[in-house]
Design a protein around this ligand. Sequence first.
Ligand code: TPP
Ligand code: MG
Length: 361
Amino acid sequence: MAKSPSRPAAKPAPAKKAATKSAPPALPNRERPDQPEPFDASKDELLQFYRDMLLIRRFEEKAGQLYGLGLIGGFCHLYIGQEAVAIGLQSALDGDKDSVITGYRDHGHMLAYGIDPKLIMAELTGRQAGISKGKGGSMHMFSVEHKFYGGHGIVGAQVSLGTGLGFAHKYRKDGGVCMAYFGDGAANQGQVYESFNMAELWKLPIIFVIENNQYAMGTSVNRSSAEDQLYRRGESFRIPGLQVDGMDVLAVRGAAEEALKWVRAGKGPILLELKTYRYRGHSMSDPAKYRSRDEVQAVRDKSDPIEHVKKLLEKQGVKEEAMKDIDKEIRKIVSDAADFAENSPEPEAAELYTDVLVETY
Ligand SMILES: Cc1ncc(C[n+]2csc(CCOP(=O)(O)OP(=O)(O)O)c2C)c(N)n1
Ligand SMILES: [Mg+2]
């Protein structure tokens, strides 16, 4: 081919510099948390885990029914399958000092805090007696008294807000730690990384908790995440991460203890990735075309967190009958909560004007 006259002749390539022999600068020493041991629960503690997880399961089943009956409006995201995460983590917190914040899949976290199921069910059904006076509903539960800061519908927003809570704990020197939960989908949000940077820079007392239930709506984690080992997501901010079996409440509690030890020692934030699974759809209106029934059934059969504890209790000599009695007791608590909610009045119209602004105008 003829050479174009307008194009200057190519310059000879510069001679390559001899490769330097010295190694790249070493990274400063980074301490790592210890690999957590599973929590060594007594029989009573194990029974308590069983009871607490079952309460979430039965409560969520009832919420699904009430939604079907049209008693719950708007969005409703159930926590069935993920019970070991909220129970294992929150059972390790100090309720007087520590704070919790999460996304819209929040009923389980409220129950894990020991908040009265009646108030939660009343909130779901939009009643005056609800924990947010019936004005928040499923996604916007809140309890300052319990240091539970929501219930947030904007994916990832709770991570920045949680970082603010961590900042408040440090600023006030109240000794508290914030536990900020978010999903595998939220883990791809930009504000998460801005928060990571500030949290590590200022050594804020916060545990970032990724509840990796494998899906963000209909998108699997592998389809959406370049780095699907989510516990590594803090590494470039020097935030250490631990990957935990989120279907095993003892593993979760063990990881919570290790994380709290790290944060309470003033070493700054830590990241926990809890591998878990949601059995139900993303919300109540999910056609579930992105996974097979067999996939869900296989997790139920092999890894159910409640069945796991049941087996451990059996090994400790707890009889099937005793566990059935607990189930009956829990079902009664849940049906009482539903009756309470159904028989509670809706908020007065005047409530529309309260809790809107902190100041008065
Ligand atoms: C900023 C923002 N983007 C998108 C949505 C819509 N949305 C609601 S939930 C969701 C998926 C989040 O998945 P994940 O973080 O894995 O949480 P999970 O539902 O599995 O608990 C999306 C994209 C939203 N609510 N907010
Ligand atoms: Mg998810």
